[in-house]
Design a protein around this ligand. Structure first.
Ligand code: GNR
Ligand code: NI
Length: 170
């Protein structure tokens, strides 16, 4: 297994629209190893989700584990939201926008169709944090970041804060 480098804003590669995964690829050793590497990278970070786009793989899938014990890994391949209801506000963060947290409004309940890591078609209706996380990861697959929902003024504050953080690291 391997830790993968996570792309950080404003890397233009985070703006790539990801292409569908060929279902025949899902069960190949190469794809299964990539899933394991993404889980290891996500747990190490630590984070509750990781989209392939964040590790410079521009295909439509992500790994998620919102459990306390970090023992409920979930894989969503070629996800499609087929229904959504209501709204919820959650303070989001992103491994690609480190140190920044902001409220984002998203659907409260979603139904998502996807392939699991065995390549089997699944449908899940869920709410709360898992629904937030799925929507956040699906945005990555479209090249979208949670800070895109902020007002121009707040986004400018984020850009300055990140530039300052980087200056201190450098
Ligand atoms: O680790 C993460 N936490 C989080 C918190 C609130 C809303 C979304 C997330 S996803 C984030 C990991 C990440 O950047 N996934 O793309
Ligand atoms: Ni993110």
């Amino acid at each position: 297994m391997a830790l993968l480098p996570i792309l950080e804003f404003p890397d233009p590669r985070l703006r790539t629209k990801a292409a569908p995964v060929d279902p025949a690829e899902v069960t190949t050793p190469g794809f299964q190893t990539l899933l394991d590497d993404m889980f290891q990278t996500m747990y190490d970070a630590p984070g509750i989700g990781l989209a392939a786009s964040q590790v410079d793989v521009h295909k439509r899938f992500m790994v998620i584990d919102i459990s306390e014990e970090k023992n409920l890994p979930q894989v969503f391949i070629n996800p499609e939201i087929t229904a959504h209801d209501g709204g919820q506000v959650y303070q989001e963060g992103c491994l690609s926008v480190p140190g920044i947290f902001a409220d984002v409004t998203r659907a409260d309940t979603i139904t998502v169709r996807y392939l699991d890591r065995q390549g089997q078609s699944q449908e899940l209706t869920t709410g709360g944090l898992l629904a937030v996380c799925i929507q956040h990861e699906m945005d990555h697959l479209e090249g979208k970041l949670f800070i895109d929902y902020l007002s121009p003024l707040k986004r400018e504050m984020v850009r300055k804060k990140l530039a300052k953080q980087r200056k201190h690291v450098a």
